[in-house]
Design a protein around this ligand. Structure first.
Ligand SMILES: [Zn+2]
Length: 57
């Protein structure tokens, strides 16, 4: 059993209880609720981990 931290709100959760998992730039992000999902989708660069590269135009 593993836990992940929601990058939007910082809540620690069991992966089985995550609202949704978003894979972005090869990294999985576990979000606890629709609000966090919406926030992440609106501004993914803000919440991405630095080790994943973000391509800018
Ligand atoms: Zn959350």
């Amino acid at each position: 059993m593993s836990t992940h931290i929601d990058p939007v709100c910082g809540k620690r959760m069991n992966v089985n209880k995550a609202h949704i998992v978003i894979t972005h730039e090869g990294q999985d992000y576990y979000l606890c609720c629709p609000l966090c999902q919406k926030e992440f989708e609106q501004n993914p660069a803000k919440y991405m981990q630095k080790k994943s590269k973000y391509k800018r135009r």
